[in-house]
Design a protein around this ligand. Structure first.
Ligand SMILES: [Zn+2]
Ligand SMILES: [Zn+2]
Length: 128
């Protein structure tokens, strides 16, 4: 079981079973919402259970998806596509040991111009 929370604890959750390897997304939305790029895992929605949700708020970030965040501390937590049964969850919100590894960089053509993606040997995908 994985557990995670926002910075202040007003949102916390548990994940049952395996989670996808972590993906670093460099798209413009993930950069704006996270402050740099957004690293997330993904799990079936029915395997994630919110244990504290007093702070949880949603922002409709596009016409097909919304982003969950903590309205108290501002932590970026979730990304959810309409009609999909999966949810993306911030890697940084998870408690160690996660057992997960960073797998790839995506949407790198939209990365910020102030950094290079490190020589971590992982695939860089222009889009997804
Ligand atoms: Zn919080
Ligand atoms: Zn993104």
């Amino acid at each position: 079981m994985l557990t995670g929370s926002c910075l202040c604890g007003a949102v916390a959750f548990e994940i049952e079973g395996p989670a996808r390897p972590v993906t670093a997304c460099h798209c413009g939305q993930c950069r704006k919402v996270s402050g740099h790029f957004w690293a997330s895992t993904e799990v079936p929605r029915d395997r994630m259970r919110l244990t504290v949700e007093t702070g949880l708020a949603w922002y409709r970030s596009s016409d097909f998806a919304r982003r969950g965040f903590c309205s108290r501390c501002g932590a970026t937590l979730f990304w959810e596509m309409d009609g999909d049964d999966r949810i993306s969850v911030s890697g940084g919100a998870l408690e160690a040991p996660t057992g997960l590894t960073l797998e790839k960089h995506i949407f790198t053509r939209w990365k910020g111009d102030y950094y290079e993606i490190g020589a971590d040997g992982l695939p860089h995908l222009d889009e997804y």
